[in-house]
Design a protein around this ligand. Structure first.
Ligand code: 13P
Ligand code: SF4
Length: 326
């Protein structure tokens, strides 16, 4: 689901609620914080979100870290600033809480590249294979899977399984990355992240030419040839942790939102986008106005039917038992 602009809708809703859409950012932030207390809410934001959303969040992180946070929260309401599958994972892990996704249509194109029924058909072709499902997938796809993984633990998850054959869905690039660190036969699904898949070797070569002293850090959703040109491969939180004790200049081959925290935490270091196209429009869909409306109107509540939730929970729990190593 690609983002269209909803700013006019927001403006109308803000006016209906008595807000002036032209009011200052300070007022919007103040009201968000008031509502957060009133609702006993916690705000979680992915590392790809807009800078102002990351700044107002109680916790920022990668998919693995945010899943753990969602489970550990004592708040009544989780406002998930990310895309739909992330809010769904929070709803699966914390069914007693109200989970809100401020932008109803923020979805992950990669998660839409597989359906539960298509996965059921594929499983028939590989009856001995374990199904490993990247968390960037819908709840009903997770419910059809044996175990989930994120970019931070995919290798560990695959290698923890007793099966020698792995049906890995839906990211073909992550599947390929895992296959380099496992002796198991990895059968990939043909999905991919449009934002990472469009980072090309030519982009990396160009960036390296301009910044010859910079280390290249890539996300495992990138293509194999881009990974081959990179110095290190990490999830977004992996990158944030790595740079603390590493050099001074980095070319970042992932969605550009992560540069916000990298630059904030390391003002003396330099970070360069691998290309000018490293933006995921879905991850930029939530802004301060939509966050305010979300808390004001308790919208948009994300729920998962109990039968699906219980099965998907097993796949997520199995993953969460495995320790993060990168
Ligand atoms: P993480 O590496 O932070 O888990 O995120 C990858 C991603 O693309 C989320 O949509
Ligand atoms: Fe999906 Fe890629 Fe956007 Fe993450 S960055 S939400 S994987 S399209």
């Amino acid at each position: 689901m690609w983002k269209v602009s909803f700013s006019e809708v927001w403006a109308k809703q803000l006016v209906t609620k008595g807000y002036d859409p032209m009011q200052s950012i300070e007022n919007v932030i103040e009201r968000i914080l008031e509502l957060k207390t009133e609702r006993n809410a916690v705000i979680l934001a992915h590392n790809y979100e807009r800078g102002e959303i990351q700044d107002i969040a109680d916790f920022t992180g990668d998919s693995l870290g945010l899943s753990r946070q969602a489970m550990e929260q004592e708040a009544d309401v989780i406002v998930f600033c990310g895309v739909h599958f992330m809010a769904e994972s929070a709803a699966i892990l914390s069914p007693e809480k109200t989970v809100l996704l401020p932008e109803r249509y923020a979805g992950c194109p990669m998660a839409s590249m597989i359906t539960a029924s298509a996965l059921r058909e594929e499983k028939k072709k590989y009856p001995d294979a374990a199904v490993v499902c990247y968390v960037n997938s819908t709840a009903d796809v997770k419910a059809e899977s044996d175990i989930c993984c994120t970019s931070a633990n995919a290798v560990e998850v695959v290698n923890s399984l007793k099966e020698d054959e792995i049906l890995f869905v839906p990211d073909k690039n992550l599947a390929d990355y895992v296959s380099r660190y496992s002796t198991k036969k990895i059968i990939p699904w043909e999905g991919y992240c449009p934002t990472h898949n469009q980072i090309l070797v030519t982009d990396i070569l160009k960036a390296k030419k301009i910044h010859p002293a910079a280390e290249v850090l890539a996300h495992p959703e990138c293509r194999r040839d881009v990974i081959d040109l990179s110095d290190k491969v990490f999830s977004t939180t992996g990158m944030i942790e790595y740079v603390k004790d590493a050099g001074n200049e980095f070319i970042i081959a992932t969605e550009m939102g992560v540069l916000h925290k990298l630059e904030k935490d390391n003002p003396e270091k330099r970070f360069y986008n691998a290309s000018e196209f490293t933006v995921c429009p879905e991850m930029k869909a939530i802004d301060l106005d939509s966050l305010l409306l979300s808390l004001e109107n308790m919208q948009h509540v994300i729920t998962v039917p109990e039968e699906i939730r219980a099965k998907a929970r097993i796949a997520l729990d199995r993953m969460l038992e495995i320790k993060r190593t990168r």
